[in-house]
Design a binder for this molecule. Structure first.
Ligand code: BG6
Length: 455
């Protein structure tokens, strides 16, 4: 019997810092954060200098797995040549995790890529990016052949491709920008397929999965129009990319929606073969809350990005049944995570790991402690639902709260925190980045020790 992977998550640009150290090239995320004036990724949580201490904290917490991401620009600063120092940085993290019985689960692509590749050929807009990504994956797979048991290809491709500020999709013409987005996403799907196949050639025993932001969608009312709107929303926000990853094609409904928008990606001869050449061994679910939608009465095609949140088929609206907080504006919905496990397993029949689930809050450090009862309540309610699905026999093999330590959130910097460990800095002041264990840290430690019993 395999042990359940009680883990925790972070991502490269959100924790590392050291943005120009150790030979690292500029990442798209570095460029975006400077432009938007968000708390800088230059230092982030300063994991670059604190990683040994951080892994010891993971050990103290009793983590069985650490899900993190490589920064592509640290390993390949210009997208073509290998930076040995970058590889060694991640090797130190991996080895230290292993020495402490923590399984490292690296993600190859978590929102960021070398800015050089965007400058050179427009990043994912070009098919050249497929080859560049495969080359990068090859270097990683060869380096850690026999060491890494679970790899992740791309984190939340849907979000990554829609964030035009992260990938150079800066068209003024919104129709063209939206078309580009679907084309880029298609290229990323091709790259993902090639990489999944490649891993099996390099390391037959290693497993590889995809991670998606999984949206559990409810209809606002039982009106047939709202129910149909919710079905379409799930097709676009949840199944579109998973169908591609697992089945190698978009669903019939997604195809017809994309064609209607005149956004169906341009395909080349031989693509179908690539798309059918591999599939993931597992599915990673990032779940924060559910979404509620109603019919979009205007039925006008909306070319604002991200198109799947602003569609002609549906309109996102508040769910009256859920408790909302400042940062959790869609509401807190623990039952949603169990529904998602049912839906995903019913459709794909693949093992599942929860790769992200977390409660954002503007935590306050008082007398060196953070009393984050709200986070404990949130995590506890969600873990209960995950374990219930597991008891029912669904093959859920791990759970990783977002995030292990406080990270730079994607748009709100350090004013929005998720960590089990507090990082002493603000958006304006880097301070000492000292680590403080929050109450949720001690609580999660006990949950792991009891293997989730009597939660
Ligand atoms: C997920 C991402 O979408 O959500 C993380 O994988 C991100 O990188 C997390 O930080 C929370 O979102 P945000 O916007 O609050 O940082």
């Amino acid at each position: 019997m395999h042990k359940f992977l009680w883990g925790a998550s972070t991502s490269g640009f959100q924790v590392e810092g050291g943005y120009n150290l150790g030979g690292k090239g500029l990442s798209t995320t570095d460029v975006r954060h400077v432009k938007e004036g968000i708390a800088d990724t230059k230092v982030a949580s300063d994991h670059y200098h604190h990683f040994k201490e951080d892994i010891l904290l993971m050990k103290e917490l009793g983590l069985k797995a650490y899900r993190f991401s490589f920064c592509w620009a640290r390993i390949m600063p210009d997208g073509h040549h290998v930076n040995q120092e970058g590889l060694e940085f991640y090797d130190q993290i991996i080895q230290l995790c292993l020495e402490n019985d923590i399984e490292p689960i690296p993600t190859l692509y978590h929102f960021e890529m070398p800015q050089a590749l965007v400058d050179e050929f427009g990043g994912w807009k070009s098919r050249k990016c497929i080859d560049a990504f495969v080359e990068y994956a090859k270097i990683c797979f060869q380096k850690w052949q026999g060491t890494i048991k679970h790899w992740v290809t791309i984190n939340e491709q849907l979000i990554a491709m829609a964030a035009s500020d992260l990938n150079g999709n800066h068209e003024n013409d919104k129709v063209l920008q939206t078309k580009n987005m679907y084309q880029m996403s298609y290229h990323a799907s091709l790259a993902e397929k090639k990489v999944m196949k490649l891993l099996k050639e390099i390391d037959v025993n290693a497993k590889i999965g995809v991670v998606n932001a999984v949206q559990n969608v409810y209809p606002y009312s039982s009106s047939p129009e709202d129910v149909l709107a919710a079905m379409d929303a799930e097709e676009l926000m949840m199944y579109m990319l998973l169908d591609m990853s697992v089945k190698g094609s978009y669903s019939f409904r997604v195809k017809s929606i994309l064609k209607n928008m005149d956004c169906y990606p341009v395909q080349e001869k031989g693509d179908d073969e690539i798309l059918k050449s591999s599939k993931p061994d597992f599915i990673g679910i990032n779940y924060y809350s559910s979404i509620c939608v109603k019919e979009n009465k205007e039925h006008r095609i909306n070319y604002q990005l991200p198109p799947f949140f602003r569609s002609s088929m549906f309109e996102v609206c508040p769910n009256e049944h859920l408790k909302k907080t400042k940062w959790m504006s869609n509401g807190i919905d623990p039952l949603g995570i169990r529904s998602i496990i049912y839906k995903i397993y019913n459709r794909y029949a693949l093992p599942i790991i929860i790769t992200e689930n977390g409660m954002a809050y503007s935590d306050v450090l008082e007398n060196n402690r953070v009393h984050d009862t709200y986070r404990i309540e949130y995590l506890s309610a969600h873990i209960k639902e995950v374990l219930r699905a597991k008891e029912e026999g669904y093959p859920v093999f791990g759970y990783c709260p977002w995030s292990f330590i406080d990270v730079v959130s994607s748009h709100q910097g350090f004013s929005k925190r998720y960590g089990l460990v507090y990082v002493n800095r603000t958006d304006q002041d880097i301070m000492d980045c000292k680590r403080y264990k929050k109450d949720s840290f001690y609580w999660y430690k006990e949950i792991i020790e009891r293997n989730g019993e009597n939660i």
